[in-house]
Ligand binder design. Structure first.
Ligand SMILES: Nc1ncnc2c1ncn2[C@@H]1O[C@H](COP(=O)(O)OP(=O)(O)OP(=O)(O)O)[C@@H](O)[C@H]1O
Length: 627
């Protein structure tokens, strides 16, 4: 990049004008002395600039960086996805602000919302540049080093036990993954409200910030330059980067361009090329012959001039992703693989695991919107820690393709919604209160519950005879087998919390409950299955709460019921006791805690019990009379 800093930085400021670039020589040398100066300052032998302001990383961040830089983790690819995702977030932010203030985007190239990647093979640098919101000096200090995110220590802990870096993006510390491949990183950033600054660090406990007086002005946005480690040379291959963008960032909502070189055939007049291409010029090897040819051509009048094809290397911006949002497409035309990939990019999930289910639909009526809902294969690591944190949610809302917010206080599966009905020019806070959002929420919850119910219905392990036949007919048994148990193990607690909080959907959620019982044979069972096994005349659903099933099995209260062949549910989760204060009944049956005093059994058993007590009473009475 620096060898021709002027050319390059120009290209970074004025990107994708493909036509202009054809034939340009991106690696040509420049004689401009300013450029040479800039380059010298910029590279500074990979030591932090001496006159820069120095900062220490916050201790947790420093530990995190140590772990990353010394990691033997083989999937180093993730750095690119993290940087692209940060660039995309920064673009979302500026686009959102521009809804209420058009001026904010600026003019010309500044208004182009895209992401550009460039390679400098010679200097082993990858640069990723966006025209997003950018960072002020204060942002750079805060965001990249001095303030540890809440996820930092959680991630450090997780890394120490599992060594699995895949989750880095989910812990909100993705930026630092650059040190998997680089040993020196520069972040050049320009925010509308500040000057251009350079942040730099070699991940050795310190970083430095200087006002940028040597790089080309960015206009607005951020450029991240990774000075690659010796062993990370593979990332200088264009093919590798193309593959990575395709794999991990295909669904980013902004165009991602790579400054790609390619060989093109160029037609040149046969004679012009003579001096530098011996093979090709053999047909006209002497001045005389050349003159003869010219004469011939002149004589032939309108006949074409003699030309020939030569190969030339040129560079141009190549678009790497298809920006058409998946949710706008017809569901019939989107493949399972595309949904899975889209989910992975949305959830920053690097595993190969498919989502447990998804639902892609268009809602019509008063509020129109399109949505794609996913049930992740695994619950987010902090799902319950942050359960009551109002700002944390997995819902992403777009209005007319513009990302508006992911700050909703609703717990839903991974969700992405795009609506044309909502107004664009209102603040996030106002939008939260907008009545349309309530309708969206209602519809989404219904759809999410349907989707979860379907996981159960399609799972052959869920031995509900009603749907067993359908499952057998559908043929894809293996894939669906055990999926509901998997769902339950990951999200069961959410269903319970839903029952507690959402009175309107309580019954629908109760259908999704699973538990073990005295008759479930160690497996999970549902309320419907419990009801199907009920004794004749039984009016109640019996349950017992405690810490473990083993402990409950010894309970004398339980024995009283099992002796009479009643099925009793074991509720052993700490939340269950609380849950049962809200779940009074299911269908026409009441819940009864068997360890409560004064337990009433079902009608027939009640009669029996009465008879029993009557027998006892008469025995006693007879005895008393005999005395
Ligand atoms: N290209 C960028 N433009 C503007 N700000 C950025 C950019 N890259 C990073 N940042 C800022 O630095 C912060 C830290 O980035 P980092 O990747 O570590 O975490 P994150 O983006 O919040 O979470 P995640 O890792 O899940 O993407 C971001 O929250 C953002 O404020």
């Amino acid at each position: 990049l620096h060898a021709n800093a002027e050319d390059d930085s120009d290209e970074l400021v004025n990107p994708p004008k493909v036509e202009e670039k054809i034939g340009a020589v991106p690696n040509g040398l420049s004689t401009d002395s300013d450029v040479a100066k800039r380059e010298a300052e910029s590279m500074s032998k990979r030591s932090l600039r001496s006159n820069a302001e120095k900062f220490e990383f916050q201790a947790e961040v420093s530990r995190l960086m140590d772990i990353i830089i010394n990691s033997l983790y083989s999937n180093k690819d993730i750095f690119l996805r993290e940087l692209i995702s940060n660039a995309s977030d920064a673009l979302d932010k500026i686009r959102f602000l521009s809804l209420t203030d058009k001026e904010i985007l600026g003019e010309g190239d500044n208004a182009k919302l895209d992401i550009e990647i460039k390679l400098n093979k010679e200097k082993k640098i990858i640069s990723i540049r966006d025209r997003g919101i950018g960072m002020t000096k204060e942002d750079l200090i805060k965001n990249l080093g001095t303030i540890a995110k809440s996820g930092t220590s959680a991630f450090v802990e997780k890394m120490q036990t599992s060594g699995d870096l895949n989750l880095i993006g989910q812990f909100g510390v993705g930026f630092y993954s650059v040190y998997l491949v680089a040993d020196y990183v520069e972040v050049i950033s320009k925010h509308n409200e500040d000057k251009q600054y350079v942040w730099e660090s070699k991940a050795d406990g310190a970083f430095a910030i200087s006002e940028d007086t040597w790089n080309e002005p960015l206009g607005r946005g951020t450029e991240i330059r990774l000075h690659l480690r010796e062993e990370a040379g593979e990332y200088l291959e264009e093919s590798k980067l193309k593959e990575l963008v395709k794999r991990y960032s295909e669904f980013i909502n902004f165009p991602i361009y790579l400054w790609a070189t390619k060989e093109v055939d160029v037609e040149v007049p046969a004679d012009e090329d003579e001096s530098n291409d011996e093979e090709e010029t053999s047909e006209s090897s002497s001045e005389e012959e050349k003159e003869d040819e010219e004469k011939e051509e002149d004589e032939e009048g309108d006949k074409k001039r003699k030309t020939k094809k030569v190969k030339e290397t040129t560079s141009e911006w190549e678009l790497l992703n298809d920006v058409k949002a998946i949710w706008l497409r017809n569901p019939k035309e989107v493949t399972d693989e595309e949904y899975t990939k889209f989910y992975h990019s949305l959830a920053k999930d690097l595993s190969d695991e498919k989502p447990l289910a998804w639902s892609h639909f268009t809602a019509e009526g008063d509020v129109e919107f399109k949505a794609v809902l996913f049930v992740p294969p695994k619950a987010p690591h902090d799902l319950y820690e942050s359960y009551y944190n109002a700002n944390k949610s997995n819902l992403k809302l777009y209005v007319r393709r513009v990302f508006i917010s992911d700050e909703f206080d609703e717990l839903l599966p991974k969700v992405l919604v795009d609506s044309d009905t909502l107004p664009l020019n209102v603040s996030r806070e106002m939008l939260q209160q907008h009545s349309s959002l309530k309708t969206i929420k209602k519809k989404l919850i219904r759809k999410a519950l349907d989707m979860i119910r379907r996981i159960a219905e399609e799972d052959p392990d869920e031995t509900n005879d009603k749907n067993k036949k359908d499952i057998e007919e559908s043929g894809d048994n293996d894939e669906k087998k055990g999926q509901y148990t998997k769902f339950w193990n990951e999200f069961g607690k959410s269903i319970k919390l839903g029952i507690i909080e959402d009175a309107t959907n309580r019954n629908r959620l109760a259908k999704l409950l699973r538990f073990e019982s005295t008759k479930s044979g160690g497996k999970l069972t549902s309320l419907d299955q419990y009801i199907s096994r009920m004794k004749k005349g039984q009016k109640d659903i019996f349950y017992i709460t405690g810490t473990t099933k083993e402990q409950l099995e010894k309970s004398p209260f339980l024995e009283r019921l099992t002796k009479k062949n009643y099925e009793v549910i074991y509720f052993t989760d700490p939340v269950d006791e609380y849950l049962m204060q809200y779940l009074m009944d299911y269908e026409e049956y009441k819940f009864q805690n068997v360890s409560k005093e004064g337990l009433k059994l079902g009608k027939d058993s009640k009669d029996k019990e009465l008879k029993e007590s009557f027998k006892e009473l008469t025995k006693w009475w007879k005895g008393a009379l005999a005395c």
